[in-house]
Design a protein around this ligand. Structure first.
Ligand SMILES: C[S@@+](CC[C@H](N)C(=O)[O-])C[C@H]1O[C@@H](n2cnc3c(N)ncnc32)[C@H](O)[C@@H]1O
Length: 242
């Protein structure tokens, strides 16, 4: 156990309540955050050797930050709140200073997620948006995309593209395509390169207000009897198949 242990545990607790901080649980989130330029201010691990070996194995391009602190079992329980990530790392990083206008100004397709409720789904949607090289992700209402559970679902890929949340979608200056099972069947080339791609909440889908604002509504064809795809799966199909 190293000096500064108590303060480190307290810093993680405080960061969980701080909108300017991201709490990165697990090695994949740490790896991607470091790779995509996050300012990682602290890493806590129950085993520096195991964490260093994992990083060497998974991400030889990424070095373990000097601000890494090793804690004992009690410290690890305090840091993780009894729900430890599968790999031995919890880290803190500053959230990038990104707002909705910034996301909407990026080039490339922007994924708009209206009212998402499930952190794992939202994380998976951000992960696939990063993988598909989308311009950004804008969350309208719903949960905080920077919550640690969401960062975990996204494997820390929030740092690979701009991600922001707003309460309501203001004025937009780009074409918007709504994805809804009731739309017209999608086909390759149906979506402009600068379009906003809008997806609804897990339970209720897109609101009538957003559907009305969209320039077109596309459906991903499904076998009869299937009502919808999982949100992140729909985002993946929309980004890769159009
Ligand atoms: C789990 S679904 C929502 C299901 C909701 N009960 C509904 O009726 O729309 C979450 C979102 O994924 C997208 N989605 C799911 N399946 C889709 C499909 N077959 N075609 C187009 N979008 C789909 C939509 O944006 C939808 O709002």
């Amino acid at each position: 156990m190293e000096p500064g242990y108590d303060q480190a545990v307290e810093r993680v607790r405080a960061a969980r309540r701080d909108d300017s901080q991201a709490v990165l649980e697990g090695v994949h989130a740490l790896k991607h955050a470091l790779r995509f330029g996050a300012q990682v201010s602290l890493v806590i691990t129950p085993s520096r050797d195991r964490l260093a070996a994992l990083l060497t194995d998974l991400a030889p391009d990424v070095a373990l930050p000097a601000t890494t602190i090793e804690v004992d079992e009690a410290g690890w329980v305090a840091v993780t709140g009894g729900s430890a990530p599968p790999s031995p790392s919890v880290a803190l990083a500053a959230r990038p200073d990104v707002d909705a206008a910034h996301v909407l100004d990026t080039s490339g397709r922007v994924v708009v997620l209206e009212g998402p409720r499930h952190a794992g789904n939202l994380g998976a949607a951000i992960r696939v948006a990063a993988a598909a090289d989308a311009g950004g992700v804008l969350v309208v209402g719903g949960i905080d995309p920077w919550h640690s559970a969401c960062l975990r679902g996204a494997a820390g890929l929030h740092f690979a593209l701009p991600v922001a949340r707003v309460e309501a979608l203001g004025r937009i200056r780009r074409p918007m395509v709504a994805f809804d099972p009731g739309g017209t069947p999608l086909r390759a080339g149906a979506v402009a390169d600068d379009a906003l791609l809008a997806f609804g909440s897990e339970r209720h889908g897109l609101t009538p207000a957003l559907l009305e604002r969209a320039d077109q509504t596309l459906a991903i064809p499904m076998r009869a009897g299937v009502s919808s795809l999982n949100l992140a799966t729909a985002v993946a199909v929309a980004l890769y198949a159009t």
